[in-house]
Ligand binder design. Sequence first.
Ligand SMILES: Nc1nc2c(ncn2[C@@H]2O[C@H](COP(=O)(O)OP(=O)(O)OP(=O)(O)O)[C@@H](O)[C@H]2O)c(=O)[nH]1
Ligand SMILES: [Mg+2]
Length: 295
Amino acid sequence: MSDLWDGLRSRWESIRHAVDAGTPGNGGVRQGVAITEATGPGLATNPITITGIPGAGKTVFYEALAQTLRSGAPDSTRSQKIEKHMIQLAANRWRNRAAVTVIPGQDSTEREKALDDTMRNGASPHGLVYFTCWGHNRIWYRSDQREVLERLGEGGRVVDEDAVRGWHLNKELLDFRTLVDDIIEGRVAERLRWLIVAVSKVDIYWDRLAEARDYYLPGEQGRHSQFGELLRDLAVETSLRLAVLPMGSRVIRHQFLPGLPARTSQLDDAQLGVLRAHFSNGLHEFVHSGEQGRT
Ligand SMILES: Nc1nc2c(ncn2[C@@H]2O[C@H](COP(=O)(O)OP(=O)(O)OP(=O)(O)O)[C@@H](O)[C@H]2O)c(=O)[nH]1
Ligand SMILES: [Mg+2]
């Protein structure tokens, strides 16, 4: 078991080195994996679901992955509905399509319906990308921002960026716990073969990347966060292929809450390109192996 986490950690570290160097490097990245939006008719094979709590970066991630994000394009807004896409993955002579579904983060009937349609009642993706951002979630509406500010400040407590991050991480943990329990107990995604935890928006906290890594990736015996514990449960109780990959999709400043200092991106577009290349590589690996695996 510790081999698994050691392998995932060394992959994470090689990606970090490659980003610092500003080139894809040889950190296991296979040159020439290209992901683009598929056009024309084709079979909807390899269903992939992207899920995670609101404002984690799912919608923008898809645009970065499929390379449809234009520089200077307006920022995203809160997703109200399920977003369905078809991508083409290509590496050397291997080509395939994947149907990608992005579930909106916000609790709503639309979200429940999206989960029913993609993950419950016999429906199941082959792959799941669980989207996280180490507590740098965007709170979309001012009324919600005010509410969080008030709740965190109760009793005269100081509201700083770590307090806000903690708030989001708690919500994320509850969401991921429900998902993990449901997967293990066979209530959702019965035909799932792999799960990638995407640790996104790393451009905002590149200077604290090791802390984020230790939060999301189980360490040696007894050294893991509650999130890491859930991943261990998945590794023990299921035969899913697992990965934890850093990602950055777009250089955008992050404001935790009004009144707190904004954080600007510490990476440039070329470095985000390196992250995308590694993520695309990981996705290709899993889709490819899933195709050869169980049916
Ligand atoms: N700096 C930075 N900002 C990002 C990144 N990815 C997303 N964002 C910003 O984070 C905010 C939320 O991103 P979305 O992709 O819309 O979030 P979402 O997960 O789709 O949110 P819901 O639609 O509420 O489920 C937007 O302002 C994005 O521009 C990233 O990698 N780096
Ligand atoms: Mg969205």
